[in-house]
Ligand binder design. Structure first.
Ligand SMILES: C[S@@+](CC[C@H](N)C(=O)[O-])C[C@H]1O[C@@H](n2cnc3c(N)ncnc32)[C@H](O)[C@@H]1O
Length: 242
């Protein structure tokens, strides 16, 4: 099922950054992938979904094959993902035994992977050129998104997120990363609180929800890189009414 042609898998990114990720998927260098549902996701999103009687829609920009999506589906809610590498998308469906079909979207020049028996849609697209209008989005879970892209493209990426956000409704949970290591500069890139304020301060309210020391887990996933200290800083961001 998995298309191994690099030429076909490579989508154009405005700074060439996506090629880097396609190479990583092809070489199976996906240390960013967690084999469990993220703790912060379990703490801050799942309880909201469990207690909701309405079906909620959760968007995962730069989704990879994260099991956080599977956790949402298991609760009967809706998942929308955006991922530039088909290998990651197909791995998500195949590894979780979710049957799917693929639709072409000629206008948007992307393919749309849709679950047949469950409510998951993953767009095979470069997030920077993604312009599909989405249904009303309740939550955006950005773990490994903003911190993964080239820092020079952050404002463009921020604008992609803002387009998906309904004022006063969509809750963007942004997992920022902080570390101080002279031998390593990313990805993941450091996104500090000032960066978050600079990006979202004029259009959104934001609140630092939790900070977690992630050093041990990071070291166990990225064994080759013995980083001194790394923490995840979870921000809740809500777009203001204009
Ligand atoms: C650090 S990984 C995080 C994946 C996932 N969010 C997780 O928590 O496991 C970043 C992902 O973004 C994808 N990606 C990078 N640049 C992209 C772009 N411009 N458009 C779409 N996807 C992109 C990569 O292929 C990769 O799967």
């Amino acid at each position: 099922m998995c298309d191994s042609s690099k030429q076909e898998q490579t989508l154009t990114s405005n700074d060439g950054n996506l090629n880097f990720w396609v190479d990583r998927w092809q070489a199976n260098r996906i240390g960013f992938h967690r084999t469990f549902v993220s703790d912060l996701f379990k703490t801050h999103i799942l309880p909201k979904l469990i207690s909701s009687e309405e079906k909620k829609c959760v968007v995962f920009p730069l989704c990879g094959k994260t099991l956080d999506m599977k956790a949402v589906l298991d609760l009967g809610h809706r998942v929308i993902g955006i991922e530039g590498c088909k290998a990651g998308i197909e791995a998500f469906f195949n590894e979780n035994n979710i049957s799917y079909e693929i639709e072409k979207d000629e206008n948007n020049q992307c393919e749309i992977y849709k679950g047949i028996e469950c409510s998951v849609t993953i767009y095979s697209a470069d997030v920077f050129t993604f312009n599909k209008s989405l249904p009303s989005v309740d939550y955006i879970w950005d773990r490994g998104g903003l911190v993964a892209i080239n820092p020079s493209t952050r404002e463009q990426y921020r604008d992609c997120l803002l387009r998906m956000m309904t004022p006063d409704q969509t809750r963007l949970f942004l997992v920022a990363i902080n570390y101080n290591d002279p031998d390593f500069s990313g990805p993941p890139y450091v996104v500090n609180d000032d960066d978050v304020n600079h990006l979202f301060g004029s259009t959104c309210s934001s609140e630092l929800v939790e900070v977690r020391d992630n050093t041990e887990e990071y070291r166990s996933r990225e064994a080759a890189r013995q980083i001194n200290y790394i923490e995840e800083r979870l921000h809740l961001i809500v777009r203001k009414q204009i």
